[in-house]
Each structure stands twice: as structure tokens, then as C-alpha cells.
Design a protein around this ligand. Structure first.
Ligand code: GLU
Length: 296
């Protein structure tokens, strides 16, 4: 199998040390394997994405010595693909519209009959199912609505996978925290993930759907990304099975934290690569800071 990986930043702020870790590690692994390293700009959030941030990302990567193969993929140019996948899931009766606000969900979860300890999923609290139709519409007569969020009916999705003998939700993880074969139980998908949003009303898609379709479209064999996305991987594997897409190998690397142990966020401009560049640090200094060997 050709090793092919990618770096997939969102152009909504400057790259920081955590991004440098993802990009350099993925790049090193691809070069060591004689494989490919691709760049994808995850700009579905058009309210926050800015061309200036994309330019800075490319500048920072060039400075770090990270060179990507082939053209840059931009998610904003792939809306038709996301729409087609949503149509397919909709016509299989696996999506339903949802009008709940965050506040509605919090209120439903705090209602006494819902239990005292609502579980948190990768996207926040597990959706209590308020808008889920009683009996999932198998072949909906109406066209897919675009003016509301669309949620995956996780229970219906798992049943479809069982019937198609595709119920095995296993993936290979090579990262330091969870290395090995990870098998996801259907029970864990229902109680720990639930009916995630696959199309946001404002974006027309979601991170989860887009990342899965794009990894497949780019032929990604190995996904290298931060440990914070480990918990989202089961959603991606469920979607890959539903859409009959290959399941890549995953490598979730440790997170780079600030001096107080907090995760770095884009707003931590003090940790922005640009700042280190301006302060005269070298790419090898950055490598050392994120625990990677120097270039030879
Ligand atoms: N766009 C995501 C981010 O900037 C990364 C997504 C991924 O690597 O799967 O955090």
C-alpha cells in the first residue's frame, strides 16, 4: 500500500506548535515511507475562513520545510460532493432534520426523566433524540431539506451496517496513547456518540462528513492528527462503512500543551509559528519543541 497522508488545517487563525507537530510528523512519515504528503484546506466555515490565513499557513509550512505533493484541496470547492453524499444518506432514511438549539438540548438533557448524567460525546452532549422521527422514514418522499441541521440516525445506521454485513467497526491506530486495533461496539456508538449532525444548516456539511469524503477522495492511507480528534474517529469509521469508503490507518499524536498544561488554541497567538519565526527561531528549534528529531 502506498503511504499517503495529509495535513488539513482550517484557515481560521495562525498555525501554532500543535499544527507544526501534525504537519512535520505527517511529512516525515510520508517521506520516510517514500509516500505522498498532501495539503487540504478545511474551509467549510466560510464565516471564519480567510485567504490571509491560508497564505500564512503556506508560508509557515514552507519555512518549516514541509512541501506538499500535488494541488491543494479546498473544502469550499467540494460542496457538490458533500451534497451528493448527504442526498444518498437522506434517500436511505439515515438522516433527519433537527431544529434543536444548544439550549433545547441542554434543557432536554437536564430533564429528570432523561437521567442524571448525560454523556458527553465528541461533539458535546449526546443528542437526546428530540427531533428523531418515531419510525425512520426509509425512503423519504421529500427532497433533503437544507434549511435545518441534518442528524445521522445512529441506530438506523448501525442496523443498515448489520444487514450489509459491514457491522465490524474496527480501525488500526498507531499513535502513542491507544496503539493497536480499536474495535468499536455498537453500544458505544449509540451511547457515546449518538445522532451527530452531518449537515449544519449554516455550512451545508459538517467536519465529520467532509473529512471522511475528502480523505477517501485524496486516497489517504494514513491519517496523522492530534489526539483531540481520537474520539471523533468512531464517527468517521461509521461513515466510511456506510458510504463504502476505505478506512485509513489512524495515528493520533500527543497534544502540545502550554506551560500550564492547557491545550494550545488558535487564539494563543504567543505560540503562533509566525511569532517564533519573527523571534529568530529555526525550524529545527520548532522540531525540538514538538519532540521531533532535527533534519539531517
Ligand atoms: N481541520 C482540523 C483542524 O484544523 C483537522 C482535521 C483532521 O486532521 O482530521 O483541527
Amino acid at each position: 500500500m502506498t503511504f499517503r497522508t495529509r495535513f488539513a488545517p482550517s484557515p481560521t487563525g495562525p498555525l501554532h506548535l500543535g499544527h507544526a507537530c501534525s504537519a512535520l510528523l505527517a511529512h516525515d512519515l510520508a517521506r520516510a515511507a517514500g509516500g505522498d504528503f498532501l495539503l487540504r484546506i478545511e474551509d467549510i466555515d466560510q464565516t471564519r475562513a480567510r485567504p490571509e490565513w491560508e497564505d500564512l499557513i503556506c508560508e509557515d509550512l514552507a519555512w518549516l520545510g514541509v512541501r506538499w505533493d500535488g494541488p491543494v484541496m479546498r473544502q469550499s470547492e467540494r460542496m457538490a460532493h458533500y451534497g451528493a453524499a448527504l442526498d444518498a444518506l437522506w434517500s436511505r432514511g439515515l438522516l433527519y432534520p433537527c431544529t434543536c438549539t444548544r439550549r433545547d438540548i441542554a434543557a432536554a438533557l437536564s430533564a429528570p426523566q432523561e437521567g442524571a448524567d448525560p454523556r458527553g460525546g465528541p461533539d458535546g452532549p449526546v443528542y437526546p433524540g428530540t427531533c428523531r422521527p418515531e419510525v425512520s422514514h426509509r425512503v423519504p418522499a421529500s427532497a433533503r431539506p437544507t434549511d435545518r441541521h441534518l442528524r445521522l440516525d445512529m441506530s438506523a445506521a448501525l442496523q443498515v451496517l448489520k444487514r450489509a454485513n459491514a457491522a465490524d467497526l474496527t480501525f488500526t491506530e498507531t499513535g502513542p496513547a491507544h496503539g493497536g486495533q480499536i474495535a468499536l461496539s455498537h453500544e458505544a456508538c449509540l451511547s457515546g456518540i449518538g445522532d451527530v449532525v452531518l449537515a449544519r444548516r449554516d455550512f451545508g456539511t459538517s467536519y465529520h462528513l467532509s473529512v471522511v469524503l475528502d480523505d477517501a477522495a485524496q486516497g489517504i492511507s494514513h491519517v496523522v492528527r492530534g489526539e483531540d480528534l481520537f474520539d471523533a474517529t468512531p464517527i468517521h469509521v461509521v461513515l466510511q462503512r456506510l458510504l463504502t469508503l476505505p478506512v485509513p490507518v489512524y495515528h493520533h499524536h500527543r497534544l502540545i500543551r502550554d506551560d500550564s498544561g492547557k491545550r494550545l488554541a488558535k487564539r494563543d497567538d504567543a505560540r503562533a509559528l509566525r511569532k517564533f519565526r519573527e523571534d529568530g527561531l529555526t525550524p529545527d528549534d520548532i522540531r525540538a519543541m514538538v519532540g521531533l528529531p532535527k533534519t539531517t
